[in-house]
Design a protein around this ligand. Structure first.
Ligand SMILES: Nc1ncnc2c1ncn2[C@@H]1O[C@H](COP(=O)(O)OP(=O)(O)OP(=O)(O)O)[C@@H](O)[C@H]1O
Length: 592
């Protein structure tokens, strides 16, 4: 086995930082704990590429679990730069994807877990109906079943191992409700999203041979963003790594834990560091941001940490924009003043991100930018392209190919075909299937080169000419074909949402696109300039955040995640005399 030139270069780059290098070379269980911009992801991808090149012999491979598909796609891109293509030797995906494709799909028919051979994933409507049926059977009464279900599903996510006394000992009524719900789903040959890691856990726990099979395939397990992954992943890690002989390499930052509402708990990450069989490595340098931004971020967090910028890094700029009125006027100021000022300073549009708390605020910024003629790409829940959807990203890539035409042929057709094969057939397709898919895809792309209609019309054709057939022949369990219909809805000309295809494809001559993102979706990303919009007293924290100490703490961490995204410029936009109290702390800390 030999290391590729890009990998050797990456290891060389890390060698000036002894902690990063030690992590990459570690051969036992290793947890890297570090703040924003400290190179956690860079260390993880380098360690993964090194393991594949030097420790793990072909055909064995490594698995990497991360929070969502968006993070998985980002990791794939970074690994691609290190010469590692994902495929049979490297699984990269969410804990749900891992559970479904690596445990349930291959082994469920060999063990009694109550799944039919043709089980499928329930739609939202089917899940809701099952909740109502289960409520009538297990609880009864006139309360709202869905309200009670929110408590039951929290218990379901938390008490992963049902053989422990807590399952029946704590809230037995909720346990019965969960069991009735699951039986109702199984009766219809269905599983839901939360079932995936739970079933995988049960299968691995009850059948040691499945654990052995996984170890044979993936002797090393990488976990990114550990603090956001919740109890099911943690229990799987305990079982596979500390009970099943798989080596663990995990990275995370408890200060960036922002998914408490899905069951994440930053203490799970910390509990790993207390183990004697785990080497904990802490990184201290922030390679991303200048000293002023690093200090400001500690004010944003409201706690002391010994993080430092690297020697010689430029200080970075902080600017505060106070606007007379609320969100709409603040959005206008972002479009008319803040972004043009950044451009004057020489920052490219595609290096600017506008961050906000919720997608409806993104609508206001999007409208203001549209009116100002500033191109943008959204990565929030109201975006045309759902960034966490592989299908949506594939469609966007096809649009880029079509708009670029033969001359650009970018992305390469081979890459598009690889994406399509994964979407339709999962990992394995026969030669005949590959040939047929290749013909269909090339036929469609060729036929729409130079397409003069709008994005909406092109998406309609995509849906009709490709998706309809693929939906019928697909073997991939994680199907998301409805995403294309969703994109058609998101470009509805009747609601003035349609845009020219080159805009959708990100091919607008001479300009990049500003990124519009919720704070949650901005996690793990970095930009030269970040504009935080709507930093008002009523938004940071909101009334809802103030309901409990835990939610207040999480809101503050969310603010911290936003403040730690820029390399050079952080701009905060808020209403005059109504700024968030955290802005004062941030400013005060940035000065000293
Ligand atoms: N040793 C290093 N030398 C130079 N640059 C580095 C080094 N380590 C990391 N970087 C750079 O620092 C930036 C942040 O790295 P990375 O995204 O891996 O950090 P992170 O810890 O995952 O951040 P976050 O938690 O904020 O998402 C990247 O641009 C990366 O290339």
């Amino acid at each position: 086995m030999s290391s590729s030139v890009p990998l050797l270069r990456a290891i060389d780059e890390l060698s000036a930082n002894p902690e990063q290098l030690a992590a990459v070379q570690e051969s036992g269980h290793c947890v890297v704990l570090a703040g924003p911009g400290s190179g956690k992801t860079k260390t993880l991808t380098t360690a993964m590429a090194r393991a594949l090149a030097e420790d793990v012999a072909d055909p064995r491979g490594v698995a990497c679990i991360t929070y969502n598909n968006e993070c998985a796609i980002e990791l794939e891109t970074r690994l691609g730069r290190l010469g590692v293509a994902t495929g049979d030797r490297a699984f990269m995906g969410t804990v749900h994807g891992f559970a479904l494709s690596q445990v349930i799909a291959p082994y469920a028919r060999c063990v009694p877990v109550g799944l039919t051979a043709d089980f499928r994933v329930a739609t939202r409507g089917e899940s809701r109906a099952a909740v109502e049926t289960a409520y009538a059977i297990a609880i009864g009464g006139i309360d709202d079943p869905h309200r009670r279900w929110s408590f039951a599903s929290e218990k379901r996510r938390r008490d992963v191992d049902r053989s422990r006394p807590e399952w029946r000992g704590r809230n037995p009524g909720l346990a019965t409700f969960v069991e009735a719900y699951e039986s109702e789903l199984r009766r219809q040959g269905l599983i839901d999203f939360d079932d995936m890691p739970l079933l995988a856990y049960r299968m691995i726990k009850e059948h040691a041979w499945i654990r052995d099979a996984l170890r044979a395939r993936f002797p090393v397990l990488f976990v990114d963003e550990y603090q956001d992954l919740g109890y099911a992943l943690h229990e799987l890690v305990l079982l596979l790594c500390f009970g099943g002989g798989i080596r663990l390499f995990a990275v995370g930052d408890a200060d960036q834990s922002i998914y408490g509402f899905t069951g994440a708990n930053p203490e799970l990450l910390e509990s790993l560091t207390a183990r004697r069989d785990v080497r904990t490595i802490r990184l201290r340098f922030n390679y991303r941001s200048g000293g002023r931004i690093v200090r400001a971020s500690l004010g944003a967090l409201g706690e002391e940490r010994d993080y430092r910028e690297v020697a010689g890094a430029p200080e970075g700029e902080l600017t505060f924009w106070s606007v007379p009125l609320g969100h709409c006027m603040q959005a206008q100021a972002v479009a008319d003043t803040v972004i043009p000022k950044l451009v004057e300073k020489g920052i490219a549009l595609d290096e600017v991100a506008v961050l906000y708390r919720a997608a409806y605020l993104g609508d206001k910024v999007a409208l203001a930018l549209k009116q100002a003629g500033i191109p943008f790409v959204r990565t929030d829940g109201n975006a045309i392209v759902r960034r966490s959807s592989r299908l949506a990203r594939f469609i966007e890539d096809c649009a880029r190919w079509v708009v670029g035409g033969w001359r650009n042929a970018e992305p390469r057709f081979g890459r598009l075909l690889g994406q399509a094969l994964t979407l339709v057939y999962g990992r394995h397709a026969s030669d005949h299937e590959e040939q047929r898919l290749s013909d269909q895809l090339m036929g469609f792309l060729q036929a729409t080169i130079g397409f003069s209609g709008s994005t909406h019309e092109w998406l309609h054709r995509f849906d009709r000419e490709l998706i309809a057939g693929w939906r019928a022949s697909a073997r991939n369990l994680e199907q998301e074909w409805d995403v294309c219909a969703e994109m058609i809805g998101n470009t509805d000309p009747a609601r003035n949402l349609d845009i020219p295809l080159p805009h959708f494809a990100g091919r607008v001559e001479g300009t990049g696109r500003v990124s519009l993102s919720t704070l949650h979706s901005a996690k793990g990303r970095e930009f030269d300039a970040v504009v935080m919009y709507g930093v008002n007293a009523s938004d940071f924290p909101s009334e809802r955040d103030k309901r409990s100490a835990t939610s207040l703490r999480e809101a503050r961490r969310l603010f911290y995640v936003g403040v730690t995204r820029p390399r050079k410029e952080l701009s905060l936009v808020f209403q005059e005399h109504h700024h968030s109290p955290w802005v004062i702390e941030l400013y005060a800390r940035s000065q000293g």
